[in-house]
Design a protein around this ligand. Structure first.
Ligand code: ADP
Ligand code: MG
Length: 741
């Protein structure tokens, strides 16, 4: 392709690393069919793995490497020890086991001995492994009736490639695309790139030197054709940095842009004079709480106050584990808006949660007054309202009118708050709870609420702690505050995993579980029972909750007062049930995950989660956070078997720790970053090589460099090639994904 590079620019003679080399954008403009040996059929096969341009091919990284210097012979394999051998496939047979599982058995050998390969539930192996083929197999050998055997080994078909380190690429059996095909095309592409101009390296020399990075041309060559594992590691380090740097530049640029282009409100945070009275809303609010704020709350409130006092709009993320006391911080921010005659909005992801927040906040603010020159006394009661999809038309109309007139001070609700037609007199502060369910569009809509063009300050709260580096990547356009201290007097929650089957509701099964519940109730406490999560359908989930409820209330807990809460319970009934539970008129609340967030009943001390393995770590942690909120010792019982090793890891992690950040790390380890970065696993914009887990230090380094390069708002004017590359990988529409989840 280099011969026909766009613009036909001749080689500059500057050498592979200087300017004038080939840019990634040029490579993106060259279809894969430019390469010798890539015809229509091969192009089609490559398209199945999303390789359509030369750039795609360069970014199609090896899945792993075979270090052939570590290869053994069959005779050298030892039972019980992992080993790697190159064998010839001699015979392949397949059948079904008595239990109906597919079983493929392969006889293989090298010049020193025979090896049996056994694959369960991988019927495609029969097509993959053909007699006469050479394959490198890696696994733990065992002795099966006198023959060496590997069960479910990793198999790499290497063709006739030689070399000490062999790159193994993701293959597509269905498309007939083999690792060695990819390898051959890459060889050709690299050869042609290097033969002409090499790749340009847009990362400033100063940065490359600081981190002792290899040149980009070398990096691409060595990631695909390493001469040693050490060389590969250097190449990877360099390419990982490039990936992360592009993302951080996009995020930092966006953040700077937002700050530059929007006009915010500079809030007053001190006391105010009303007639001859001095009113200090914030101090008054804190005085009424009945507890002292934690150090972390004070610090966070301060950070927020600083943002609010500044003329630019705030975009801050408040991370705080379940029960760390985010509500008080949020309400303080809302009151700061109210204090200056503006309004506050508090958005929650679900109606239950919005209703809960409404009750809680209304109670916290009950009896407080705000200055109002239009009234006789110069003040009026502070007004908190609730707006959800279930608000009646008449009520909605009243709220709308009062909102515009400024008669509503704090409006709490769901997405309904940002629908067209909801207009505020002057929206000063918006708090968004559990941000992971709000998209970037919704945040954008909120910013356009004020008629005078001012943007409200935005505080996003999340109780799902995510590791710092992940936060930097996912919420990179936000400033971050962390509530890393729990209010005093909490007793740690004791978590146990009870691995019996999920039918824990039968009187015999789960007897231990229900006696724990009964004991606590006898001691005056209350309990939650969370029903199995059913992803497939709401209706099924409701049915299962109803079954658990009827089983329990007629069986194991027949003499207790049991309530039921799920997504389809009507609003009035839901409120009534919650009210009764809060009052202590119900002993046990059977519920679906509608109680996952926000529900706050300090007297509840037992959380039973049925079929717990179905839930993710974050979800279980949230659920567990419903107890341990008062002075009494609390327990969390995770019931049910773990169907997979991962599920077992999850449950054990919950038993081991209540630290949300530690759990977040475990979650990241188990699930990988795909989940954090959103659903899009494959797009060019995604992390292909970098791992938020393995490459933490590089996330920080990339952030730092991005701040140096674009943090002053100068954009990338002095680094046009880098700017162009960021656009190439994270064009305007594509970078939006980074900001939602
Ligand atoms: P979360 O961060 O999970 O939203 P909440 O704001 O709901 O936590 O607070 C959990 C509980 O802790 C509430 O009952 C709240 O009143 C109480 N709380 C908050 N801050 C403090 C504090 N500084 N001292 C004692 N209790 C507090
Ligand atoms: Mg909360």
């Amino acid at each position: 392709m280099a011969e026909a590079a766009p613009g036909g620019s001749p080689p500059t003679g500057e050498g592979p690393s200087g300017h004038g080399g080939i840019t990634l954008r040029e490579l993106d403009a060259r279809p894969i069919t430019d390469l010798k040996g890539v015809g229509k059929a091969r192009a089609k096969a490559l398209a199945t793995v999303e390789v359509e341009t030369i750039l795609d091919l360069l970014g199609f990284y090896p899945r792993r490497y075979l270090d052939r210097s570590r290869e053994a012979t069959v005779a050298q394999l030892e039972p019980g020890v992992e080993g790697m051998v190159l064998v010839r496939i001699d015979r392949v047979t397949s059948r079904r086991t008595r239990k109906g599982r597919s079983l493929v058995e392969v006889r293989a050998s090298d010049s020193t001995g025979r090896l049996r390969l056994t694959f369960f539930n991988q019927p495609w192996r029969e097509r993959q492994l053909v007699e006469g083929m050479q394959a490198v197999v890696f696994g733990k050998a065992d002795d099966y009736q006198g023959t060496l055997q590997m069960v479910g080994p990793v198999v790499d078909l290497v063709g006739d490639r030689t070399g000490r380190i062999v790159a193994v690429y993701p293959q597509s059996d269905s498309a007939g695309l083999h690792s060695w095909d990819v390898d051959a095309h890459l060889g050709e592409a690299l050869r042609r790139i290097m033969a002409v101009r090499g790749l340009t390296d847009p990362v400033p020399v100063e940065v490359r030197e600081r981190f002792r990075f290899v040149d980009r041309s070398d990096a691409y060559r060595a990631i695909h054709r390493p001469e040693s594992m050490a060389e590969m590691a250097e190449a990877r380090r360099r390419l990982v940095f490039d990936e992360l740097l592009r993302i951080q530049i996009a995020l930092v640029r966006r953040k700077v842009e937002l700050e530059r282009t929007s006009v915010g409100i500079a809030h007053d945070t001190g006391p105010m004079e009303v007639g001859d009275e001095r009113i200090d809303l914030l101090a008054e609010f804190h005085d009424r709480l009945g507890f002292d704020l934690t150090g972390a709350q004070l610090r966070t409130i301060d950070e927020i106050a600083n943002d609010l006092a500044r003329p630019g709009p705030m975009h801050r993320l408040l991370q705080g584990d379940v029960g760390s006391g985010k509500t008080v911080v949020a309400v303080t921010a809302l009151l700061t808006a109210v204090r200056g005659g503006h309004q506050g909005a508090f958005m929650a992801p679900t109606e239950v949660l919005a209703e809960q927040h409404h009750l809680g906040v209304a109670e916290l603010l009950d009896g407080m007054t705000v200055p109002d020159p239009a009234t006789l006394l110069g003040q009026r009661p502070l007004k908190v309202d609730l707006l959800t999809n279930r608000t009646t038309v008449a009520e909605r109309r009243r709220i709308a009118t009062e909102l515009v007139a400024g008669g509503v001070d704090v409006l709490i609700g769901t997405h309904a708050l940002i629908q067209e037609g909801v207009e505020f007199g002057s929206l000063g502060v918006v708090v968004i709870d559990e941000q992971h369910r709000f998209g970037v569009e919704q945040r954008a809509a909120l910013r356009e609420k004020n008629r005078d063009g001012t943007a409200p300050d935005v505080l996003v709260m999340t109780a799902t702690p995510i590791p710092r580096t992940a936060a930097m990547t996912v919420y990179g356009d936000l400033d971050v505050s962390v509530l890393d201290e729990m209010p005093p007097g909490r007793t740690p929650i004791d978590t146990v995993w009870i691995p019996e089957d999920g039918k824990g509701t039968a009187p015999s099964a789960g007897a231990g579980v229900w006696s724990v519940v009964r004991d606590e109730v006898a001691a005056g406490r209350q309990a939650y029972v969370v029903c199995p999560l059913i992803d497939e359908s709401d209706a099924l989930e409701v049915r299962s909750a109803e079954e658990v409820f009827s089983d329990l209330s007629t069986g194991a807990l027949a003499d207790l007062r049991v309530g039921l809460l799920h997504g389809r319970v009507g609003r009035a009934e839901k409120e009534e049930t919650m009210r009764l539970f809060r009052l202590g008129a119900l002993d046990v609340l059977v519920a679906t995950t509608v109680i996952e967030v926000g529900v706050d009943v300090p007297n509840a001390t037992v959380m039973v989660v049925l079929d717990a393995a179905r839930f993710g770590i974050a979800q279980l942690h949230q659920l567990r956070g419903r107890v341990g909120r008062g002075a009494h010792a609390s327990r969390c019982l995770l019931v049910g078997e773990a169907p997979t090793p991962d599920a077992e890891e999850r449950l054990k992690a919950l038993v081991r720790t209540t630290d949300g950040f530690e759990l977040a790390e475990v979650d990241l380890d188990l699930r990988g970053e795909g989940t954090i970065m959103g659903e899009r696993q494959k797009g060019r914009n995604d992390l292909r090589l970098a791992s938020l887990r393995r490459d933490r230090e590089w996330v920080e380094a990339a952030r730092q460099v991005a701040l140096e390069l674009v943090g002053d708002g100068s954009g990338l004017d002095v680094h046009p090639e880098l700017a162009d590359e960021v656009d190439l990988f994270l064009g305007a529409d594509e970078s939006a994904f980074l900001l939602k989840s």
